[in-house]
Design a protein. Sequence first.
Length: 373
Amino acid sequence: MPILDKNNPSQVAAYNRYMQNSPWANATQDIAWSKVKSDWLNEQVYLEKNGEIVAAVSLLIKKVFGKASMIYATRGPICDFADTALVQELMQEVDLAAKKHNAFLFRMDPELPRNPQLEDAYRKLGYLVRNDQCDKYDLIQPRYNMILRLDGLTFDELMPCFSEKTRYNIRLARRKGVTVRYSRSQEDLKTFYELYKITAVRDKIGYRPYEYFLKMLNAFGESQLRIYIAEHEGQALSGAICIHYGNKTWYIYGASSNEKRNLMPNYAMQAEMIQWGVENGSEIYDFGGVFILDKSNGLYKFKESFCRREGATEFIGEFDKVYNRFFYTGFTTVVPQIQRLRARTTKAKERKIEEEQRRNKEEEDIRRQQQAK
């Protein structure tokens, strides 16, 4: 059974070569990503023909119900997904791993655009295809990514692809003295992390522990991962984690201060990271996912301003192979409901706090008016 023996250097080297040089390469399918997700078990499965690897998939494995596990191939498999016969052959090996880990579900979500014909082909093979009928609580990854095609152009040649306001903001940041640098130092990682916590509080979202990013830094090499910091007069205003892997440069995490936002440091930082994508020969620069395709949403508005030419890229969705229907039903219904309930509860608490703050402000204004009289 071609499950990768990670204690065999020659096997690991061949596997890494295939994963990194494949036209379908994705950082989340590299062995390095399994080191980042160290709270999951992992296996790597591959197929060989004539002594060469022709398909592979990295599996993240987590126990969900007692000894019953789910298996997730983040943005996998790495092969021609349209070759359903090849994928089915690879799946025979995945089935053996699923049996080994008592899996009730195998899920894969290849990074491919929507393709109704291909989706139907997999439905006929017995997969449950999840996209249109799902919201953000049902899916592990966003359905939409904002992707800028670099097409061998220089940064200056790409600038007209951005919105007029974005071009202005990039130039404004330069004029105002915003500078951008990159490194792989833990000191800069800590700077990024402090900005990341500020962003999470401001946007009212959860955030990962520092150790998660440290594992990412240690897992990916110098040519693959950079920490970017945008500064003004020595003050860190923005930070990002950017990964180059295969034919893609990926803006995976971003953060910003509440200070000097009028200097547009986020735009200056994006310009530098896109420039890295140009220099390393990437075909695309990936701004990451969005859940809402509406300019009233700040995240979408920002990313869309760089991807005005392409618009949002809708991915094909998730493909589930079910091994135990009872556990699968519980996992796909109960878990999203809990997440929706948590979201509603959090929003209710936020509204209550905002209302209390509003009343306190009104009472304070009344007191001040009375004192002024």
